[in-house]
Design a protein. Structure first.
Length: 82
């Protein structure tokens, strides 16, 4: 999805609170996902991690996949619904 200036919204760097709001989770839950390696922090041009910042198109699919995996681990029949 491209904006009027041609830049993809999926490449947008968003904050921890933005990701928490978009996924309807607490900020602490998002921090746990970072710590466990489910999602990655965004990086600056020098490839240093940006604390509390995420690339929207990278973190949202990873969170969805993680939640889907948790659902199917708890009840294998639910995997066919995803």
């Amino acid at each position: 999805m491209a904006r009027k200036d041609g830049e993809s919204v999926l490449r947008k760097v968003v904050t921890l609170s933005d990701v928490a709001a978009l996924t309807v989770q607490s900020e602490r839950s998002i921090q746990r996902l970072v710590k466990s390696g489910v999602i990655r922090l965004a990086k600056d041009r020098q490839r240093r991690q940006l604390k509390g910042r995420f690339v929207l198109g990278d973190c949202i699919p990873r969170i969805c996949e993680h939640l889907r995996d948790q659902m199917t681990a708890a009840d294998p029949q639910r995997g066919s619904l995803c």
